[in-house]
Design a protein around this ligand. Structure first.
Ligand SMILES: Nc1nc2c(ncn2[C@@H]2O[C@H](COP(=O)(O)OP(=O)(O)OP(=O)(O)O)[C@@H](O)[C@H]2O)c(=O)[nH]1
Length: 330
């Protein structure tokens, strides 16, 4: 894809000017499913890069968003939720999370303000002890959903969670390095989050060109857009049973230069025939709708009209079979 990429996006990379005070590095958000990680990533980056949904565990891939400030660059690695593994897929996701976290400069632990701290949060805090060299900042998300006078009590509980379950050696000796209330939806304190996190980055030249929002290969982002479209309206029936692979992305030949068209061939994998029927819909109507939603998103992402060729395939028990997981890129 690398040669096509510049053609699709159309910019030559240009890096920001910098001096010895410039900082750059990586941050990663963790938290229970639905904690608001993707929404906060989008608010910080200013564009839709990670996929948000009202149902848990849709962010399966590591999607990076890049926050550009005058004197700093913050590369966000948006991980899947850390959660107690129930399937092989679950435990692979957790390994992936710990690996990712060992490489970042700061971890943002998202804790929704409108939900009591529960066993899931304590589990994550305890997992974060495995990465003692990174500071962990508590990001108390969705503060617009609670009354102002309820917030202080919640912040005290968050502080206590850090002291009781996270505190150990290294940077986490005393629990959270900072606790920041934020509302990604209302844009409240998003800047403070950016400032605090960039201040924790090491001195470094810029890592990415100016204006770059994400270095995730387009195919991965396109697969996520299709997955999101496929889950639309049927999340209750098929919340975790869909994976998408993008087989091919080929610029259509014989098109005038000012009117390019990209052919995208992708497959939606489901686990059972009954699910295949749900995805396809009566007379193919749902599949058509999925294609049309996804196409709009892909066009917006790439700035190029696309022809989307979608297939639905039953890949049995893909969540539990290591070979199939490998093939689907997990
Ligand atoms: N009111 C309000 N809702 C929010 C805010 N941030 C996120 N949400 C909502 O909370 C839900 C979950 O948000 P996501 O950003 O998808 O959560 P996530 O942690 O990435 O979820 P997973 O991908 O399941 O791990 C969505 O419906 C969001 O719209 C916020 O600041 N305020």
């Amino acid at each position: 894809m690398s040669s096509d990429r510049s053609m699709l996006i159309g910019d030559l990379p240009e890096f920001p000017e910098y001096d010895e005070n410039y900082r750059a590095g990586f941050a990663s958000f963790v938290g229970r499913p639905n904690a608001g990680k993707s929404t906060l990533t989008n608010a910080l980056v200013g564009e839709k890069v990670a996929i948000t949904s009202s149902k848990p565990q849709t962010t399966r891939h590591t999607i990076r968003g890049i926050v550009h400030r005058d004197h700093a660059q913050l590369v966000l690695v948006d991980t899947p939720g850390l959660h107690r593994p129930r399937t092989l897929l679950g435990s692979r996701l957790n390994d992936l999370v710990i690996d990712t976290l060992s490489e970042v400069d700061v971890v943002g632990f998202c804790l929704p303000a409108d939900e009591k701290i529960g066993p899931g949060d304590k589990f994550i805090a305890a997992q974060l002890r495995k990465v003692p060299h990174q500071p962990v900042v508590a990001l108390v998300t969705k503060v617009d959903k609670v009354a102002r006078d309820q917030l202080p009590e919640h912040l005290v509980a968050v502080d206590q969670l850090g002291r009781e379950h996270l505190a150990g050696e290294g940077k986490q000796a005393e629990g959270f390095s900072a606790i920041i209330p934020v509302s990604a939806v209302e844009g409240d304190q998003v800047d403070v989050v950016a400032e605090e996190l960039t201040a924790m980055m090491p001195p470094s030249p810029p890592l990415y060109p100016t204006g770059e929002l994400s270095d995730e290969p387009e195919t991965m982002m396109i697969a996520e857009l299709i997955r999101e479209a496929a889950l639309e309206d049927v999340r209750d029936e098929l919340p975790h049973s869909i994976a998408v692979t993008v087989e091919e992305m080929i610029p259509r030949e014989d098109r005038p230069q000012e009117k390019p068209l990209l052919d995208v061939h992708a497959t939606i994998h489901v686990e059972r025939n009954s699910q295949k029927a749900i995805i396809i819909g009566r007379g193919g109507s749902r599949l058509k709708q999925i294609g049309s939603h996804a196409r709009t998103g892909i066009k917006k992402l790439l700035g190029t009209p696309v022809y989307l060729d979608l297939h639905v395939k039953v890949t049995k028990e893909w969540q539990r079979d290591p070979k199939k997981l490998n093939r689907l890129g997990f």
